[in-house]
Design a protein around this ligand. Sequence first.
Ligand code: FES
Length: 159
Amino acid sequence: MPKELSNKEAHKILSEYSNNKQDLIKALHKLQENHPQNYLSETILDACCSHFKLTKAEIYGVVTYYTMFSIVPKGKFHISLCKSPVCTCMGGINLINHFAEKHKLKPGIISKDGLFSLEKVECLGRCGKAPSLMINKNVYTNLTPEKVDQILNSRKNEK
Ligand code: FES
């Protein structure tokens, strides 16, 4: 699997967007989704500067403001596990241990196969069906360790 999105590939994606600043957020989403490590690399940020005629500081201002953007590499499937009180009390604490013991996943590291990374986040707005997590843009609720295993297996098969 390639580890980078090249400058040429970044510009090809950017060519789908006007150079109006209103298109920046949409373009950043598409670029991040297309990066094999699911983040906005320096190459991408430079390509955005050139396409949108913005400074690096202006681009950084946008990507660091929104939590859905990352400037550090992530797994192809990035897991955002809710750490807020309701999820924690409803079994989220066991899920952290389960990720560490069974899947060797801890916050801030990427699995050896590059497929998964884990982050603890604030409430995902699904407290009524706690505990909850999100993988990229998909939310999963009423989690148990067994359900987590099934979800991860099915995402692995998407490779
Ligand atoms: S507390 Fe976890 S989704 Fe709200």
